[in-house]
Design a protein around this ligand. Structure first.
Ligand SMILES: C[S@@+](CC[C@H](N)C(=O)[O-])C[C@H]1O[C@@H](n2cnc3c(N)ncnc32)[C@H](O)[C@@H]1O
Length: 279
């Protein structure tokens, strides 16, 4: 716990995210100017369109929405969206993007576990999240509690996320073998990383480089959702992931997706999961 009463992971991780926002907003990877085309959708949302189904008229919340590219894309598909994130600089970019895109999207600043107090409980048809979201949260069980608190009965969670086996993979060795060196199962203290870069192309030098992150096994995620009263309706594992997760060992396969160059069939890269609140 930091001296302010805010957990240390929140302080460290928020400083890291806040500082990276301008670089992300300016990067060719997020390419915000593409939203000037009214038909443009983020590649993350476009990837999952066949699994997402019709969101027209749904009231949705995007947890850990970052700079709003997926939130705005869901609004463009007809959902009434709210994005939530703990980074005010990220939300400021997201608000500007939504205004520029003419999208039906509002944004709320809160720590993830405070979301049920910051938003209206049991009022959402859709909770959407993922692509580097769960790894910032110490307890997947508490996260599932937030999801269930926000959904109305019959409402749906939709998540595309990095696969926990990918998160556990530290690197590829010169002989091509993959090195599993990070925890697969959730660990109470998480893992402390120091990294001076980010996942987009940028020349910016960063000062806040320490993060605390958590992995959560696929069984832990599914069990948490079932325990909190959601029924699993879809779980698809993919052989690609929407960022260059093992730099030097992945190829850009188009559509914003990256895949291991050498025998990608060894590695579950990401997954899409959908679950419906009972009742
Ligand atoms: C990788 S981004 C999410 C990715 C998003 N799908 C995208 O690429 O635009 C992770 C986001 O989680 C937010 N975040 C991290 N920890 C959080 C927490 N404890 N509460 C709320 N937001 C958090 C960060 O500010 C960041 O915007």
């Amino acid at each position: 716990m930091a001296s302010s009463g805010v957990p240390e992971y929140v302080d460290l991780n928020r400083a890291n995210w806040d500082e990276r926002v301008p670089a992300h907003a300016a990067s060719p990877d997020y390419a915000l100017e593409r939203f000037d085309d009214p038909a443009h959708l983020s590649e993350v949302v476009r990837f999952d369109l066949p699994r997402l189904g019709d969101v027209t008229g749904l009231t949705g919340v995007h947890l850990q929405c970052h700079i709003g590219t997926d939130t705005v894309s869901l609004a463009r598909l007809g959902a009434h969206m709210t994005g939530l994130d703990f980074s005010e600089p990220a939300l400021s970019v997201a608000r500007e993007l939504a205004a520029r895109a003419g999208a039906d999207a509002a944004f709320v600043q809160a720590e993830l576990y405070d979301a049920p107090d910051a938003l209206k409980r049991e009022s959402f048809d859709l909770v959407y999240t993922g692509v580097g979201a769960l790894c910032w949260l110490p307890s997947v069980d508490r996260w599932a509690g937030v999801v269930i608190a926000l959904l109305r009965p019959g409402g749906r969670l939709f998540i595309r996320e990095g696969h926990p086996v990918l998160w556990a993979t530290a690197d590829q060795l010169p002989d091509g073998l993959l090195l599993l060196d990070h925890p697969y199962f959730e660990q109470p203290d998480g893992t402390r990383f120091v990294a001076d870069g980010t996942y987009v192309t940028t020349d910016v030098a960063f000062a806040h480089n320490t993060t605390i992150e958590w992995n959560h096994g696929l069984g832990e995620i599914v069990t948490a959702l079932l325990d909190h009263g959601l029924d699993l309706t879809m779980l698809v594992e993919h052989d690609s992931v929407p960022w260059d997760a093992l730099p030097g060992h992945m190829e850009d396969i188009g559509g914003g997706e990256f895949r291991l160059i050498d025998r990608p069939e060894r590695l579950p890269h990401s997954y899409t999961l959908s679950a419906v609140k009972r009742g």
